[in-house]
Design a protein around this ligand. Structure first.
Ligand SMILES: *Cc1c(COP(=O)(O)O)cnc(C)c1O
Length: 408
C-alpha cells in the first residue's frame, strides 16, 4: 500500500468543517459559546448510544464494557490536551464551584503555617463565595485585591492565590505565568479558574507550573448544560494533596469497601462520588470537535474575530454611545468582547428577537463570545449591522424590554 500524505487543511477550511459539526438552528447567530456552547451533532447520537445501548442494553455491565469507570480520567486527559496538561493530571467531574472548593482547600492545606488566601476582588462571584468558605473552614483569611495588585499582596503568610485566567466581564487575560512565578517566589500556590479560557486559548498549565486549576465543561468545551467541570492538580502535588470531599470514588480501592478512607495515589483522589456517566459521555463526544485543530490555531482565529468586532464597533457604534470594555491589545484579550451601554439590557433583548444571541452581565455589559469552532467573520459583520440598525431605528425602546428575566 502506498502512503498517502494528506496535506494540512488551511485554517479557514478547517474551521468551516468544525462549524459543520454543530447543530446550529437556522437563522440564529450565536455569540454565547462562552456561556453555553452549542450542540455538536455527534453528541445527539452519543446521547442515544449511551442511554439506549450502554445503559438500556448493557445495564451494570457497562461500567466495564463501555468503560464508564474511567470516564473522568479519559475526559480529563482530553481536556488536558487543550489546557497544556500532560496525562494523568486532570479529571472531569462535579461543577466548577465544587472543584474549586476541593482544589483550593487542598492548596491551603499544603501550606498549613500560612493564614491568607489572596484573590482578585472582581472575580466571578461563585469563586468568591467558595473562597470565603474555604477560608472559614481552614482558619485562614481572604485578602481581596484588584488583580493588578496581587503581586504586591504576596508575602510569607500567603498560602494560595486564587484567580480567574480571563475576567468574565471584560475578557482581560491575566498573566498566569508571571503571577504563578510571583506566587511561587513567595512560597504560595496558584489555583486558577480556566472557565473562560479552556478551549479558547492556550493555558500551558504544565509549562507555567500552575499548582491547581479548575474550569467549566459547558462553555467553550461544548459539553452541554450542566456538563461536568474539570480539575487539574500538578503531578508533584498528588502524593500530599488532601481534598476535603473524601468520597468513595476518590478512594484507592473503592470496591474493597473498607471502613477507612485511603486516597487514590494519582489524580483520582480528587473524585468524590459516582461518575456522572451520561453527562461525561456527552462531554467526551463534544471534545472530539477539537480533533485535528490546535489550540494555537483557535487562538489566532479567536483574535481575528474579536479584533474584527472591536474595529467595526469603533467605526460604526461609537456614535451611539457604546464603550468597548475589553482590551484592545490582543495579547491580553480573551475570546469575548463586552460593550457597555446604558440601554444594554434592552438592546440585548431586541437582538435576541432578531435571532442574534449574546448575553448581558450587570450592570451594563453586553457580552459577545466569539468561538472559532463555529463563529464566522460574516456573522461578526451581521452582529454590528444589527446593533447599528437597532440604535438608528430606536427598536430597543420597547416597554417589554424593561423587565429583567431571572436568567440572563
Ligand atoms: C461559568 C463559571 C463558573 C461556573 O461554575 P459552576 O459551579 O460550574 O456553575 C465558575 N467560575 C467561573 C469563573 C465561570 O466563568
Amino acid at each position: 500500500m502506498t502512503d498517502i500524505t494528506v496535506p494540512a487543511l488551511a485554517a479557514e477550511d478547517a474551521f468551516a468543517l468544525t462549524r459543520e459539526k454543530f447543530a446550529l438552528p437556522e437563522g440564529v447567530r450565536y455569540f454565547d459559546g462562552n456561556s453555553l456552547g452549542p450542540l455538536p451533532k455527534a453528541v445527539q447520537m452519543q446521547a442515544y448510544i449511551t442511554t439506549t445501548h450502554e445503559w438500556g442494553d448493557g445495564l451494570i455491565r457497562s461500567w466495564q464494557d463501555a468503560r464508564w469507570n474511567t470516564l473522568p480520567q479519559r475526559v480529563g486527559d482530553a481536556i488536558g490536551r487543550l489546557v497544556g496538561a500532560s496525562e494523568g493530571q486532570v479529571v472531569a467531574c462535579d461543577s466548577t464551584s465544587v472543584n474549586l472548593f476541593k482544589a483550593l482547600t487542598a492548596a491551603v492545606r499544603l501550606r498549613p503555617d500560612r493564614k491568607v488566601i489572596v484573590t482578585d476582588a472582581s472575580s466571578f462571584p461563585t469563586d468568591l463565595y467558595i473562597t470565603e468558605q474555604v477560608a472559614a473552614l481552614t482558619g485562614t483569611a481572604v485578602l481581596s485585591v484588584p488583580a493588578s495588585e496581587i503581586p504586591a499582596a504576596l508575602n510569607g503568610n500567603v498560602a494560595a492565590v486564587v484567580l480567574c485566567h480571563v475576567d468574565y466581564r471584560s475578557a482581560e487575560v491575566y498573566d498566569l505565568a508571571g503571577l504563578t512565578q510571583a506566587a511561587h517566589e513567595a512560597g504560595a500556590l496558584m489555583v486558577c479558574d480556566l472557565s473562560h479560557s479552556a478551549g479558547a486559548m492556550p493555558c500551558n498549565l504544565d509549562q507555567t507550573e500552575v499548582d491547581f486549576a479548575v474550569g467549566c465543561g459547558y462553555k467553550y468545551l461544548n459539553g452541554g448544560p450542566g456538563a461536568p467541570a474539570f480539575l487539574y492538580a500538578a503531578k508533584r502535588h498528588h502524593a500530599d494533596a488532601q481534598q476535603p470531599l473524601t468520597g468513595w470514588f476518590g478512594h484507592a480501592a473503592p470496591f474493597d469497601f473498607t471502613q477507612k478512607y485511603a486516597p487514590a495515589p494519582g489524580i483520582e483522589r480528587f473524585l468524590c462520588g459516582t461518575n456522572q456517566v451520561i453527562a461525561l459521555s456527552l462531554l467526551s463526544r463534544a471534545l472530539e470537535v477539537f480533533n485535528g485543530i490546535s489550540i494555537e490555531e483557535i487562538r489566532t482565529r479567536s483574535l481575528e474575530l474579536t479584533g474584527q468586532f472591536i474595529a467595526s464597533s469603533e467605526a460604526r457604534l461609537a456614535e451611539h454611545g457604546f464603550v468597548i470594555a475589553s482590551p484592545k491589545e490582543p495579547e491580553v484579550r480573551g475570546s469575548h468582547v463586552s460593550l457597555r451601554h446604558p440601554q444594554g439590557y434592552a438592546i440585548m433583548q431586541e437582538l435576541g428577537r432578531r435571532g442574534v444571541i449574546g448575553d448581558f452581565r450587570m450592570p451594563d455589559f453586553m457580552r459577545f463570545g466569539f468561538a472559532p469552532l463555529f463563529n464566522t467573520a460574516d456573522e461578526v459583520e451581521y452582529l454590528v449591522d444589527q446593533i447599528n440598525e437597532i440604535m438608528k431605528t430606536g427598536a430597543w425602546n420597547n416597554p417589554a424590554y424593561e423587565r429583567r428575566r431571572a436568567f440572563t
